[in-house]
Design a protein around this ligand. Structure first.
Ligand code: 5GP
Ligand code: ZN
Length: 116
């Protein structure tokens, strides 16, 4: 795992090279609204450093993985939601399309179970 990947869209958002609606920034994480929101709150929270998925990040930098998880609740509460769903699509067959780990923070509507 390297610090950044020049071809990665989320590294470019972290660097400010691609615009995004930033919700919060910390020393280790950046959160921004999903371009194709699926709920009134649909925020992606990413580490500043590049890692493909949450398990890889947890192995390589557990402190950053923990910081990312802590940030998810702040994002939901910041949008006025106590309850939220946190999704990490992991692997292409599970729907992951951007291979820079991102937690989807979803809230503000009924979230059915099981997910599709
Ligand atoms: P995944 O399918 O990998 O779990 O989620 C990727 C998410 O990133 C999708 O929900 C997609 O809408 C979002 N996304 C992809 N490219 C961009 C972008 O350039 N800006 C923003 N804000 N969201 C993006
Ligand atoms: Zn990246």
């Amino acid at each position: 795992m390297s610090g950044t990947d020049p071809d990665c869209v989320f590294c470019k958002i972290v660097a400010g090279d691609i615009p995004a609606e930033i919700v919060s920034e910390t020393e280790r994480t950046v959160a921004f609204r999903d371009l194709n929101g699926q709920a009134p709150t649909h925020v992606l929270v990413v580490p500043r450093l590049h890692a493909a998925d949450i398990a890889s990040l947890a192995v390589a930098a557990p402190d950053v993985a923990a910081a990312l998880l802590v940030e998810t609740r702040r994002i939901a509460v910041g949008d006025g939601h106590e309850a939220y769903r946190l999704v990490f699509n992991t692997g292409a067959d599970a729907g992951q399309s951007v291979f820079h780990v991102h937690g989807h923070v979803l809230a503000g509507r009924d979230l059915t179970w099981p997910p599709g």
